[in-house]
Design a protein around this ligand. Structure first.
Ligand code: HEC
Length: 115
């Protein structure tokens, strides 16, 4: 009986430590990536291949050197739209803060690095 309690206790400690390690790891990822994960961007986009929408690397390549891109793409993410990459529309993201949108767009324009 006592043994069972000890085993259960160490499983619990393991789970708590695991949680801690994985959240520390998440903090290592670029903030743009965390925002993309938290706002379901990755349901339609991947970093390096086309899904419903263009890959983040394709987007970075298309707008390389375009000084208007950060502002233009931030409003596109906020308001949604279609016609640049095809007929499938991107939905609006009105509930995201402008700061979060700007951070995630800057990250996409850098080619969505994982570090
Ligand atoms: C329901 C699917 C869907 C979701 C969710 C989605 N996108 Fe998109 N996204 C698209 C599609 C489709 C396009 C291409 C739109 C077009 O052709 O104009 C696109 C285009 C883009 C572009 C390029 C826009 C342009 O005009 O070149 C960026 C940047 C982008 N998405 C970022 C994001 C971010 C950041 C999020 C999360 C906040 C997100 N997307 C969520 C489908 C999605």
């Amino acid at each position: 009986m006592k043994r069972g309690v000890i085993v259960a206790g160490s499983v619990l400690v393991g789970a708590v430590v695991g949680l801690f390690v994985s959240s520390a790891h998440a903090a290592d990822a670029p903030r743009g990536q965390s925002i993309a994960n938290a706002n379901a961007c990755m349901g339609c986009h991947a970093v390096d291949r086309k899904l419903v929408g263009p890959s983040f690397q394709q987007i970075a390549a298309k707008y390389k050197g375009d000084a208007q891109a950060p502002a233009k793409l931030a409003s596109k993410v906020k308001n949604g739209g279609s016609g640049v990459w095809g007929m499938i529309p991107m939905p609006a993201h009105q509930s995201m803060s402008d700061a979060d949108i700007r951070t995630v767009v800057d990250w996409v324009l850098k080619g969505a690095p994982s570090k």
